[in-house]
Design a protein around this ligand. Structure first.
Ligand code: ZN
Length: 328
């Protein structure tokens, strides 16, 4: 289980939690709200581990019996609610939470429940949980994590301390990938930029073969499209149209490339480039492409993304885009 020091970003949430621990004012219910991959689970686990630590500090000591149990994944006073179906029903909530919470903690001062994807609770389940949150045993702490808080009953929301998880700055994510995960500079840059502030997603990208492969495919296309014959361009159109399921990712990567070229052309700023490792190619493209041409490509890309959503004339749109890219 993670500790606070392992978390990238979310300083305000962690500060709130550490203050609560320091002042011994831990609330009974918290709502961790943010996108999938934003780090809610990691932070929830770190919070639980720290609350349960026998040393009572604002960082888990990592040495006491409680910390050891937490690390082995079977701390008797930390329960992760298990959901076996698409929704979490009242039966599961009764069995795993509201029935169980009446039993005192086994070895700690607290008993902590984590409900991941809490919006999957049925209304009946939420109402059952609500009764317990309204009058909880003093040792009980409920951690609810959600991506869409509007799916929870207002009555449940109003009982929880809301902790929002905002996107983490790409620079921080990049540093984390390089320092803690050993990801090479150029890949960390792209993965961090591509992850939309979600650390979990960035890790996935940086360590995924398909992301690296896509990045190479896109680089090959944008670097060599000027040297391609029309037949080769059409081959690329077909290839593209056949990979519709990952087309959004390809398009985003192509967009990043031309944004780099545009930015470099306008500012010569190297530090903000997402394809930093390809500076020579970026600079060459910036030299031969006009602002109008680059602007046109960016607009064509947006159009292809729209067409992708509506599912019509996708191949035509891709063809137009590639011709635009080729026209220098
Ligand atoms: Zn400890």
């Amino acid at each position: 289980m993670a500790e606070f020091k392992d978390v990238v970003g979310h300083e305000q949430v962690i500060q709130h939690m550490q203050n609560a621990i320091r002042q011994k004012k831990i609330s009974h219910a918290y709502l961790l709200c943010g996108e999938a991959g934003s780090g809610k689970r990691l932070v929830a686990e770190a919070f639980a581990k720290t609350i349960l630590c026998e040393e009572g500090g604002i960082e888990a000591c990592g040495k006491c019996k409680s910390c050891k149990q937490a690390e082995s994944g079977n701390h008797p006073d930390f329960r992760i609610v298990v959901r076996e179906k698409a929704t979490l029903g009242v039966k599961e909530i009764r069995e795993q939470v509201t029935g169980d919470v009446q039993i005192k903690p086994y070895s700690s001062a607290y008993k902590i429940y984590l409900i991941d994807e809490a919006e999957k609770m049925t209304e009946e389940a939420q109402n059952a949980l609500l009764k317990t949150i309204e009058e909880p045993p003093e040792y009980a702490v409920f951690l609810l994590s959600v991506t869409r808080q509007e799916l929870l009953l207002q009555t449940v929301l109003s009982r929880c301390v809301l902790l929002p998880f905002y996107p983490v700055a790409p620079e921080k994510i990049k540093r984390f990938l390089m320092e803690k995960r050993g990801v090479p500079d150029y890949l960390a840059e792209s993965a961090a930029a591509f992850a939309g502030g979600l650390v979990g997603r960035a890790v996935q990208y940086a360590e995924s073969e398909s992301f690296i492969e896509q990045r190479n495919d896109v680089l090959h296309l944008v670097k060599y499209i000027d040297d391609m014959t029309m037949a080769e361009v059409m081959e690329n159109v077909k290839l593209f149209a056949s990979k519709k399921d990952v087309a959004t990712e390809y398009l985003d990567l192509i967009l990043m490339w031309y944004r780099d070229v545009l930015m470099y052309k306008a500012t010569k700023n190297v530090n903000a480039l997402m394809f930093m490792d390809e500076l020579e190619a970026v600079s060459a493209q910036a030299g031969k492409r006009s602002f109008e041409n680059l602007q046109g490509i960016v607009e064509a890309l947006e159009q292809v993304k729209q067409r992708l959503k509506s599912n019509v004339n996708f191949e035509n749109a891709v063809e137009l885009l590639l011709l635009y890219m080729k026209e220098v």
